[in-house]
Write a protein of this length. Sequence first.
Length: 410
Amino acid sequence: LLIYNTCSIRDLAERKVMGKLGKLGRSKTRRAIIGVTGCMAMAKKESLFRKMPHVDFVLGTNNLTDLNLVLDEVLETGKQSLKVDDQFEENLNYLVAKRDDPVKAYVSIIRGCDKFCTYCVVPYTRGQEVSRPPESIEEECRMLVDQGYKEVTLLGQNVNSYGKDKPEWNCLFHDLLYRLDKIPGIERVRSMTSHPTDITINLMQAVRDLPSLCEFVHFPIQAGSSRILKKMHRIYTKEQYIEKVEQFREILPSVNLGTDIIVGFPTETEEEFLETYDIFKQIRYSVAFIFTYSPRKGTPAFRWKDDIPQEVKDDRLQRLLSLHDSITQEQRQDMLGQEIEVLVEGRNKNNQLKARTRCWKNVIFEGSSDLIGTLQTVKVHSYSHQTLLAGPVGELILPSSKLALASSNL
Ligand code: SAH
Ligand code: SF4
């Protein structure tokens, strides 16, 4: 049984799956049962069977619980099966997830998105926002902590909207975080992903006050020009965004911010791109996902001419990537000599322990396998390109002139 769980957010993701499916269709050996789930299933529905006649089933994101039914149908009748309901199944049994990662767990808290950014396919493939009852989230988190998990990442297309669709619950996103923080043994709580408009003062204070909540917040700007932001329907201006970041840094100066950026949105000029570049430099994001604009069928922006040539998009992407690189390099340099808390996730291919800081930085150090899944304090002594190199607390720090040498050898 082969299941392709797909993403529709950019054209490249779709093309990769279509390429793989096409290859399977040409294979002469006996085939497995092939199914397509996820957002491509929602967007393409039965048209997937026309393009890929060897696909056995297409299962939408609201039909996860129908998987066994669909498999029985395919096995018994040998016919193709399609289950793609647009209506969200409210009573999903979330507690059955099987996890491979023994250290970090992902927990779904809200599905769908009501924002309708003009470039984005998510509101059409995932439907409107539906929050999961807080009791069910708490139950899953308690269960995970009992099983030894130290870190929980709360998932949603827009986690900050949590609870707005269910005012009767009286539990917004920050309320949920306060509830989860009370679970004994919960060490780290993160979330992904968010919309700046819904980042409230209450949430900023929660990041400052709750011991379990990591001091890293994803704060996706998408573009630095207010004209482009308006065209994207992001419902904030550049000034409002910056003001919010300043407010956050007043409440918690050490907060680390992440972002998503789209370059080459229709009509984006060089000057407007430079506004994005300057804001990036000013805010000094520690994590950034940068994309070139990809027109998606069914979105409002699809009707506009995709007028920025691919070379210009790629050039803007490269400039932001190198800026991001130099900023994160400086951030690593600033951490030299610091003692930091890390969660040990496993071993890398060189058999060293790999771990993460609360703010998502990669760290490697030597140690025994007993440390996997535990929180440790280590001291940063140098860094390679993307990774902090650490050792036991109390270790001697190399003089800075040798650091460049040490890191260039790694
Ligand atoms: N809800 C989050 C983002 C979820 S989608 C938010 O509002 O920020 C993840 C990221 O994919 C987006 O932040 C955006 O940067 C990128 N993305 C979405 N649609 C895209 C498109 N058509 N072309 C290029 N990037 C896109
Ligand atoms: Fe897409 Fe995020 Fe905008 Fe929703 S808020 S439409 S998920 S980019």
